[in-house]
Structures are given as C-alpha cells and as structure tokens.
Design a protein around this ligand. Structure first.
Ligand code: AMP
Length: 191
C-alpha cells in the first residue's frame, strides 16, 4: 500500500534524516519544503529571493509561496507511488490546504509521524548541525526564533492529526538507528 506520510517535530529532531532514509527504503519521494526553498535560494530565483529574508530570520515563508510549491511537487509523476512530506504542513492553515490538495488528487494520508525530543537536546543537535553544515539559519538567535515559531504555529498541528487518528509519536532521542527502528515499528514497515 502507498505510504503518504507527514513528518512533524521541531527543527533538529532528526525528521529530515529519518525522512531521507525512509523515502529511500520505501522508494517514494521525500518532499522537504525547507530543501526546496534552499534550492530556490541557491539558484537565485525570484521565489528564492523572496524566501531568503523569512528563512534568515527563522520565520515562516508566506503560505501562498509554500502551498504553490507543494501543489506543484505533488503533481509530479513520482508522487503517485506515495510521498513523505518533511516540513509541510507547518501551521494549521497549511493542514487545510493540504487536505484540499489530497482531496483533489483522491489521496488520503497514511499517518503523521511526530518526532519528539526534549528542548535541550534539540538545541544541542541544532548547534552541532550549525558547525557541520553551516546553515545560515542555524545561528543561536535564529534557532531560538525557529523554536518559538515551532511551538506557536507547528505544534498545534499534532492535535489536528491526533483527533483524526493519524498521529504516531516517535521518541527521537538516541542514535539514528534507534530512531529508524522506532519509525519502522510505528509504521509497520521494514527498512
Ligand atoms: P526546514 O529545513 O524544514 O527547517 O525549513 C527551513 C526554513 O524554511 C523554515 O525555517 C522556514 O523559514 C521555511 N519553511 C520550510 N517549510 C515551510 C513551510 N511549510 N511553510 C513556511 N515556511 C517554511
């Protein structure tokens, strides 16, 4: 059966890493809005230029921009097999927009996986990633802002999916392998 998954969790919870592993194992595309936006910025497109100021400050890029990007990507041929959305939806209005897109396509989500990690571990991981990857939005001030945005705007999404019976929580502490094992257990898949 096709897996159509949404990954939730704070920046630094490892959802990107797990999303990439899972997408490869299930042979379905990983659709990361953060990665798509960074790609647009690297190419210097109009969309990238618009997104840059929001991302640099740790704020969300306007919904209209991100929604259009996801709509486009879900329309590509490979999404028919299933997909993993990493970083979208990011606020409650985006949940509604995704619902509408999926309705139009005749698809239903399989699950929303929420990666949970204590705040001190989140900050530790993001600080380490800053040193390794040099992402401009991994500086201390911007990390703090991104976490505030996460709590205010993204965390409430979990409740919406919980009420629909779609939420599966995964403890994101430990090694990459530990977390992958928990993800597989939660989804009932083998990687
Ligand atoms: P991420 O790689 O998922 O941490 O995303 C990096 C940045 O891209 C975020 O801090 C936001 O500025 C922007 N971004 C990614 N996904 C979204 C989204 N669904 N809605 C709005 N902004 C987003």
């Amino acid at each position: 059966m096709s897996q159509r998954l949404v990954l939730l969790g704070p920046p630094g919870s490892g959802k990107g890493t797990q999303g990439t592993l899972l997408a490869a194992a299930l042979a379905i595309p990983e659709i990361s809005t953060g990665a798509l936006l960074r790609d647009q910025m690297a190419r210097g497109s109009a969309l990238g230029v618009e997104a840059r100021t929001y991302i640099a400050q740790g704020h969300l890029v306007p919904d209209a921009v991100v929604n259009a990007m996801v709509r486009d990507r879900l329309g590509a041929d490979d999404a028919v097999r299933g997909f993993i959305l990493d970083g979208y939806p990011r606020n409650v209005p985006q949940v509604g927009v995704l619902d509408q897109m999926l309705d139009e396509l005749g698809w239903r989500l399989s699950a929303a996986l929420e990666f949970s990690l204590a705040e001190n571990l989140v900050v530790e991981r993001l600080t380490r990633r800053a040193a390794l990857e040099g992402r401009a939005d991994d500086s201390e001030d911007v990390i703090r802002e991104r976490l505030a945005v996460y709590h205010a705007q993204t965390e409430p999404i979990a409740r919406v999916y919980r009420e629909r019976g779609l939420l599966k929580r995964v403890d994101a502490a430990g090694t990459v392998e530990d977390v992958t094992a928990r993800v597989c257990l939660a989804l009932g898949v083998a990687v």
